[in-house]
Write a protein that binds this ligand. Structure first.
Ligand code: AMP
Ligand code: TRP
Length: 344
């Protein structure tokens, strides 16, 4: 963290997840589990279901509404406590969209075309995707900086977007000669910052992968989880005694990392337990661990989903609290930019 950021801004953690379909084990280990663990420290924690990001690609309206509630249920089932954290959906706090527009005037078009997530999602179709998909990282910067957040826990895939957030903050501060925004620190920590597909160790586990066998969904049954792990792609060698031996074995490394993250161990600790054993022994142990770790979460998710009115109430209350923090920062930003405000 830069010196000015440390001395000028109160510690505040912000992160978001797109409610665009079921969440995966990657989201849980890379994001949700860590969101819960960061609560109760010195920094206030603010967690957001970024529905305005989700609509940068087409979402069926009724499905989107359901997915927002389901993602909220997943956050809480994973331990995000609305009494300790601000939990809300993005579209209920208009400061995000407004700050997003202000940042559209700060960010450069070239920065956006360079984003690998944009390139991946747009593919060859760069002229025909929504303008929102291209501008997406400026809205993400707005999410973070509207709270002057000093730290953002995310998985590895979001590193480039966080660098862009820092660039936007620095350019704004420089262009207007102010210290309005912190230079936010990415928190990309632990062994599960990039959980890989169960079918291909070179691809990230993703809710948008066409193959359901490639991922574990937080809503999967115990049988489905066990079967997906049993069928996960691996090699024929036994497990080595240390992580050095996993260098050229991406699928094996992925399963060991998943085990370590679920068990709160280091990969070396896992390997010292399984050294010399093949996947015939390791996979059932991993399946057992995954099922016992995820079963209570799935159950809690279902309990929350049985009372959608309660979820709506929690998100509504969270939005009011988020608004209280965001609005003064947004208004100060407008003032710095010379936008005239005269409303009584
Ligand atoms: P998304 O589902 O793209 O909205 O991602 C939400 C959060 O989960 C972000 O912090 C991502 O970095 C994280 N995440 C998504 N997929 C993975 C994965 N396969 N491994 C680790 N973290 C992930
Ligand atoms: N871009 C993130 C993703 O796809 C989601 C996101 C939006 C986010 N705004 C954010 C993450 C702010 C952290 C902070 O996963």
């Amino acid at each position: 963290m830069t010196e000015t950021t440390k001395t000028r801004f109160t510690p505040r953690i912000f992160s978001g997840i797109q409610p665009s379909g079921g969440l995966t084990l990657g989201n849980y280990l890379g994001a949700l589990k860590r969101f819960a663990a960061l609560q109760g420290g010195e920094a206030e924690t603010i967690y957001c279901l970024v529905d305005l990001h989700a609509i940068t690609v087409w979402q069926e309206p009724e499905t989107l509404r359901l997915n927002i509630r389901e993602a909220a249920a997943a956050f809480m089932a994973a331990g995000v406590d609305p009494a300790q954290s601000v939990l809300f959906n993005q579209s209920q706090v208009s400061a995000h969209a407004e700050m997003g527009w202000l940042f559209n005037t700060v960010a450069r078009v070239g920065w956006m075309y360079r984003m690998t997530q944009f390139k991946d999602k747009a593919g060859k179709n760069t002229e025909n995707v929504s303008l929102g998909l291209l501008a997406y990282p400026a809205l993400m910067a707005a999410d973070i900086l509207t709270y002057q957040a000093t730290a953002v826990p995310v998985g590895e895939d979001q590193k480039q977007h966080l660098e862009l957030t820092r660039d936007i903050a620095a350019k704004f501060n420089h262009d207007y000669g102010v210290e309005q925004f912190p230079i936010t620190e990415p928190l990309i920590e632990g062994v599960a910052t990039r959980v890989m597909s169960l079918r291909d160790g070179s691809k990230k586990m993703s809710k948008s992968d066409p193959s359901d066998a490639s991922r574990i969904n937080l809503t999967d049954s115990a049988d489905a989880i066990a079967q997906k792990i049993r069928k996960a792609r691996t090699d024929a060698d036994p497990l080595p005694g240390t992580t050095d031996g996993l260098k050229d074995r991406p699928e094996a490394r992925n399963l060991v990392n998943i085990y370590a993250a679920l068990a709160d161990q280091t990969p070396d600790q896992v390997l010292s337990q399984f050294e010399g054993q093949g996947f015939g022994a390791f996979k059932p142990a991993l399946a057992d661990l995954a099922v016992t770790s995820l079963e209570p979460i799935t159950k809690r998710m279902n309990d929350f989903m049985a009372d959608p009115a309660e979820i709506d109430r929690i998100l509504g209350k969270g939005a009011i609290r988020a608004d209280e923090i965001a609005t003064p920062i947004l208004e100060r930003t407008k003032e710095i930019m010379g936008l005239l405000r005269t409303r009584p």
